[in-house]
Design a protein around this ligand. Sequence first.
Ligand code: BGC
Length: 422
Amino acid sequence: MQKETKKLFPKDFLWGASTSSHQVEGGNHNQWTIWEKENADYLAENAEKLLKWRWKTPVWPEIEKDAKDPQNYISGRGVDHYDKYKQDFDLLNKLNLNSFRFSLEWSRIEPEEGQWNQEAIDHYKSYISELKKRKVEPVLNIWHTSLPVWFAARGGFKHRRNLKYFKRYIHLIQKEFIHDIKYVITLNEPNIYATYGYLLGLWPPQQKNVVAMMRVYWNLVRAHKHAYYSLKMAKPSLQIGIAAQLANIQAKDPHDLSDELSTKIMRFAWNWWYLHITRREQDFIGINYYFTDYYDGWFKRKDPKLPINDLGWYMEPEGLYPLLLRAWAHYEKPIIITENGVADMHDQYRRWWLEETIVAMERAMSEGVIIKGYFHWSLLDNFEWSQGWWPRFGLVAVDRKHGMRRTIRPSAKWFASWISKL
Ligand code: BGC
């Protein structure tokens, strides 16, 4: 068994963890921090209603106090990762991880339109070189949800005319960072960003407008294509992709017309549309996998009630397998699992989730699918956007109330020893 596994996972397989700047750094000033301050009271007052509306949180009695506290919704000091990054990179070594995905915080690099902040640029340079010192492959994510205030104030990605600012930012990245980098993710989850911010009204700027959503989505296609060609021209060996949020979408009853058609339409609209039109501009297919969604009736989701994670999300880790096969069938490009994980404060599911995920990758690889890497979400407990601080995704727990103390969770220890045996 171990021998087989050895063959399936090549020596240079990227075993990594992911983070994003806004969710861990602390001390940011961007469109999210403004939104947090404006909405913390509302989110705290309506916590129970908001959580029950979508999913049922099995840990409600334990998290109620936090969820009803406005401070839960303020990213604030983050987990001090901006200052503690060296210490956090030591943890990567401890966990036997050979790669790390992180994002640059645009609002730090360009706090005012056209004004570059040399200190932030130097910070990220030293950040990358500290990873390399530890023999950890840096995977640079250009944009992960947060925006400079001035860019958001001009309408952000809703207006094509604003792409000129993004292009200028890409130019800076090209000049300052890519010489030391092999892997670039341009954008994180364009589908989630466009729908949560512009259709469902859950995230800033809280619009509910299909046209606005489509405009954002299209501009994110343009943004990616531009970034792809300009970075590739500067350094042809770069491997560039996006991190796509893909769900394993299934019909509850494959013989039922409404279940089956809803499934087909959702698979295309949610999973494949963006990747199809940018397929030439993807060197690898980056997959963020969390969800298996069952459709029962016209566009109605009905997932099994168990098992669920702390956020109430139905867990089917092996659902990664059909997704890997489909992604491979569509594009025949190497796949990197750019995010994958569970909100699990008691660490009761994470090891099982990891084990099932490894099996899903092995099955797909044994059938010829090329997978280059796996990045767990997340290295550290982090700020979970509109849910705030209570959901715990980290391989490493962070105690924000006691000096930001880091503690490696048992599941992570298991994962580290599993990797060491490869
Ligand atoms: C996002 C992360 C988020 C994670 C868990 C992904 O959709 O890229 O920012 O923390 O899911 O919800």
